[in-house]
Design a protein around this ligand. Structure first.
Ligand SMILES: Cc1ncc(COP(=O)(O)O)c(C=O)c1O
Length: 391
């Protein structure tokens, strides 16, 4: 196992052998009964994930529909926004990282946007969101788990604000859904978005939207985008098809991946992600490194990916040598995005990462720091992680 390439990027994440194998089965028509069976399995599995993402196994959504679309998460974000607004609508976008900003940029193409912005990695001040949302607000957008910074945002509090003003609440759960708790009803979520390649451990190129019951995800049939018309997707979903050609192999990989999640069970899966991310974080602290995101009372460290400040000697221009040293050891991690390049590194524990793989990731990162002349206590870090995993 140790000689294998280990993908610890925050997506795409490693896929199981069965999910990979399903993708190489002989092609079928997207209008065949064989494909409809695949769509149904993927939809059932996704509805399990969307509706039962709690640590105690409690149901988190009383009703809604999971729709599967060709395309990545960005398409899913645009589909959600563009189906809910008309050009003269007002949308509040909460931004504290790259993907919050992406929601804002998407929405600016479709309606009037007020952005409530914070530094990337800084916690959201919920009062500032409350000041920005009013009865004219049609939609509020937020990213639950901000992948660019490793911060878990206060979705419950923001959902309450949106609901108080009767605004639709659209949540990007791309790196949380399938790995962490996600409570559609309690958080007043109207549309939740995820995609295959993150916490679902499915292939990239296929996105899932959960449209809660009672949400008219279709303004008037003319404003909705043609390809991502959610009303049309919903009508076709009742026949276990999509309006256009489905990316058949990707749907097959997704069907197996969500069935594997259901077999593990969301409570165990959430607990595993929390245990593993805690172990990883504590190992980094034991190396003398610091977490990148700042917390407040309403915010937490992500349970699915960890963002760590690069130390002197492996920062800015020196960071390339560090990332090369990690890659030379057969492990792939990610750097910071946009202006955070050279300042942080990010490591995922999404999907089906084993404890041994996590420990290998920690060891490799430590060895890579040593290789570029940054002195870190690798054995202490590994021991710290082991203890945290055994807790
Ligand atoms: C939280 C979040 N939202 C949206 C996206 C966009 O995904 P893509 O670039 O694959 O469309 C990502 C990708 O990393 C993400 O992490």
């Amino acid at each position: 196992m140790d000689d294998e390439f280990l993908l610890l990027n925050p997506g795409p994440v490693p896929m199981s052998p069965d999910a990979r194998e399903a993708m190489s089965e002989p092609m079928v028509s997207h209008r065949s009964a064989a494909f409809e069976a695949v769509y149904e399995r993927a939809q059932d599995g996704l509805e399990y994930v969307f509706e039962q993402s709690s640590l105690d196994g409690e149901r988190t959504a009383s009703g809604g529909e999971a729709l599967i679309l060709n395309g990545t998460a960005t398409m899913g974000m645009e589909a959600a926004v563009a189906n809910l607004v008309d050009a003269d609508d007002e949308l509040v976008a909460v931004v504290n990282g790259k993907f919050g900003r992406r929601f804002k940029r998407i929405a600016e193409r479709h309606c009037t946007v007020t952005a409530v912005e914070f530094e990337w990695g800084a916690p959201i001040d919920v009062d500032a969101v409350a000041d920005a949302v009013d009865d004219e607000t049609a939609v509020v957008t937020v990213v639950h788990n901000e992948t660019s910074t490793g911060l878990l945002n206060p979705v419950a509090e923001i959902g309450e604000i949106a609901a108080d003003h009767d605004a639709r609440f659209v949540v990007d759960g791309v790196t949380s859904i399938g790995g962490d708790a996600f409570r559609i009803d309690d958080w007043e979520v109207d549309i939740a978005i995820t995609d295959g390649q993150k916490a679902l451990a499915a292939p990239p190129g296929v996105a899932a939207l959960y449209v809660a019951d009672g949400v008219d995800a279709h303004v008037d049939g003319e404003a909705a985008p043609f390809y991502e018309d959610l009303d049309w997707h919903s009508r076709k979903a009742s026949q276990h098809q999509t309006p256009f050609t489905s990316a058949v192999p990707l749907f097959r990989g997704l069907a197996v991946a969500v069935e594997e999640i259901e077999a593990e069970g969301m409570p165990d899966r959430i607990a595993r992600h929390r245990r593993q991310s805690t172990a990883f974080r504590e190992a980094m602290w034991a190396m003398g490194l610091e977490s990148f995101p700042e917390l407040n009372d309403a915010t937490a460290y992500s349970n699915t990916l960890t963002a760590i400040e690069l130390p002197e000697g492996a920062r800015d221009d020196d960071s390339e040598a560090f990332f090369d040293a990690v890659a030379d050891r057969g492990v792939s991690i990610s750097g910071g995005q946009a202006h955070l390049g050279g300042e942080i590194f990010r490591v995922s524990n999404m999907g089906n990462i084993t404890d041994e793989q996590l420990l290998r990731g920690i060891r490799t990162i430590g060895e890579a720091f040593d290789a570029v002349g940054v002195d870190v206590a690798v054995p202490d870090a590994v021991e710290t992680a082991r203890e945290a995993l055994d807790r």
